[in-house]
Ligand binder design. Structure first.
Ligand code: NI
Ligand code: MN
Length: 228
């Protein structure tokens, strides 16, 4: 059984029989986070979609304390390494089998700055994790793109996490199209409600997803989990 726990915004802990992966650990300064960076225990890896502070977040502090491997785009992996973390760089489109599962970075249409030197700037990515025979897609921050339709054709996703907040990512209408393209077993909305600018009615959106796609759709509360 795979277990996905939301810590607010785009941060999830994903646990399978192969290991425990933390995704986009924005906890410090996140008004909706149910835990702080020091509460995270027993993770094997931190996978980061892109360098914006609301995704990179507490990556360095958590990785150094827990010894978790940071997996991210090559330039961000270099940033993690230069800050004293164990890291592994992938480029968009590339994947690798690790002890804790297979991680692949896929395209996302978004921005790419980091808070550090420009040499660490890179492409934003989505994340595909395959472990325990199940496949999860965390879309990161992205617009609706034809790439998402392609992913839906290439994979049979057991779970997809889609941003619905609008303004910085796709909004509810485009995210509904994405859910339709992906035909996943389970859809989980993210990147909403953290700040007034990305406030959304996730419950109403979930109802639309269920009726338009037939997918299971769960709106989590920070700290809430879903199994699949
Ligand atoms: Ni971003
Ligand atoms: Mn973001």
């Amino acid at each position: 059984m795979a277990k996905l726990t939301w810590h607010g915004h785009s941060c999830f802990e994903y646990e399978t029989s192969e290991g425990k992966i933390l995704i986009d650990p924005f906890l410090s300064g996140n008004p909706k986070a149910d835990v702080g960076p020091d509460d995270i225990q027993g993770i094997d890896a931190i996978v980061v979609s892109h360098g914006h502070g609301d995704h990179w977040g507490d990556t360095v502090a958590i990785a150094k304390r827990t010894g978790a491997l940071v997996v991210a785009a090559y330039e961000l992996a270099n940033l993690a390494a230069d800050r004293g973390c164990e890291s592994h760089g992938l480029a968009c489109g590339g994947g690798r089998q690790f002890d804790f599962g297979h991680v692949k970075l896929v395209p996302a249409a978004h921005g790419s700055m980091t808070e550090a030197d420009p040499k660490y700037a890179t492409n934003p990515c989505g994340i595909v994790i395959t472990a325990e025979g199940k496949t999860l897609y965390h879309a990161g921050d992205t617009a609706l793109t034809a790439d998402i339709k392609l992913l839906g054709e290439l994979y049979r996703f057991d779970c997809v996490c889609l941003p619905i907040g609008d303004n910085y990512t796709m909004g509810p209408a485009d995210a509904l199209h994405a859910a339709r393209f992906l035909s996943a077993g389970l859809v989980v909305p993210m990147h909403f409600g953290t700040f007034p600018l990305i406030e959304q009615d996730a419950g109403a959106w979930a109802a639309e997803v269920r009726s338009a796609t037939g997918s299971r759709c769960e709106v989590l509360e920070p700290g809430g989990s879903v199994e699949f």
